[in-house]
Design a binder for this molecule. Structure first.
Ligand SMILES: O=C(O)CCC(=O)C(=O)O
Ligand SMILES: [Fe+2]
Length: 329
């Protein structure tokens, strides 16, 4: 996988642009350097986005009522003659990561002491609390994955950094989905997490391991007893080598309505440990550069809207090409 990622980013920009995200109505493909922002500031990275390789939904009625159904569809891959194994290696990683995320979700259920399936129903989309017109389409599981490069140099692919002194690989954020499985390349550090006192800590690299982040929906459904990690990547323009990473983001299914679990039922042992830790913290408060509940799902709308709004905000080029009518509405 890492060989594939570095082979992709060493292709000429014009070849990478053959899978430009702006030509995918399903928000898949390559997003060139400097186009993305976090907290109103340019992120210094370029990346390829993937999601489940499925047939697009074609029924006009549901698509009009629920535009987020456009997130279903095919990925963009380069042909094997150009980038050998692109499709097969990525889809294989995606499938394995999905399986790991399911197993970790079961582990969280066990730790909380809730019934089997109480959390995983939101991933599979096989829940009873769904809207009838969405139910008719069946469960709509979803996930996303990115392969990312944090390049060195103040000019990348002929594109200048807005601020040559900036080190914002990706700005402080909490992932918006369920679990994130992150595999950074070994040579270059830069990933940092924020502890509950607000200090930034460098996350050390351990070979052949993955880093697991809890997304905001885990925090939401567990009433904050499982906290989503505030993190960022610091990218140094003077570094000797580009940094690469592979991030898989599991997500609640598009058709689900997320309602926090009843914390009265959580394991007493876990709640006691949490309370002890809280009392040791200054005033019990958690300090984070990201506002609490920033991207929590709402109980009165299907989760697909959360994914849709995030992608629409991040990728104006896709909106311009396919969804101008929706934005004008
Ligand atoms: O590249 C990394 O190590 C982290 C990426 C990340 O946090 C994200 O894309 O959400
Ligand atoms: Fe992240």
């Amino acid at each position: 996988m890492f060989s594939l990622v570095s082979r992709f980013f060493s292709l000429p920009l014009s070849t990478r642009m053959r899978i430009d995200m702006d030509s995918s109505r399903h928000f898949r493909g390559y997003c060139k350097f400097g186009d993305e922002r976090t907290q109103q500031k340019q992120d210094l990275r370029d990346q390829v986005d993937y999601a489940p390789e499925v047939e697009p939904i074609k029924d006009e009625g549901p698509l009009e009522r629920w535009p987020f159904l456009n997130l279903y569809g095919p990925n963009q891959f380069l042909p094997d003659e150009v980038l050998d194994g692109h499709r097969s290696i990525v889809l294989d990683w995606f499938e394995t990561a999905e399986e790991i995320s399911n197993q970790l979700t079961r582990a969280i259920e066990l730790a909380l002491g809730v019934d089997e399936g109480e959390l995983s129903q939101f991933l599979t989309g096989k829940t009873t609390a769904a809207e009838a017109s969405l139910n008719a389409l069946g469960p709509l599981p979803y996930a996303r994955m990115k392969t990312i490069r944090y390049p060195t140099g103040t000019t990348v692919d002929g594109i200048h950094r807005h601020d040559p002194t900036s080190t914002q690989g990706v700005g402080a954020h909490k992932d918006s989905g369920w679990l994130t499985l992150l595999a950074p390349s070994s040579e270059v550090g830069g990933l940092e997490g924020q502890d509950f006192a607000g200090n930034w800590i460098s996350i050390p690299h351990v070979d052949n391991s993955i880093i697991v982040n809890f997304g905001q929906q885990v925090e939401h459904l567990t009433n904050g007893i499982v906290q989503s990690a505030t993190h960022r990547v610091v990218s140094n323009p003077d570094a000797q080598k580009d940094r690469f990473s592979i991030a898989f983001f599991s997500s609640p299914a598009l058709n689900t309505f997320l309602k926090p679990l009843d914390s009265e039922r959580f394991s007493k042992e876990l709640v006691d440990t949490w309370k002890q830790a809280e009392s040791k913290r200054n005033g019990g408060e958690i300090i984070s550069d990201v506002p609490r509940g920033d991207l929590y799902a709402r109980g009165d709308e299907p989760f697909g809207w959360i994914n849709w709004r995030g992608l629409v905000r991040s990728h104006p080029g896709v909106v311009d090409a396919f969804y101008r009518h929706l934005v004008q509405q």
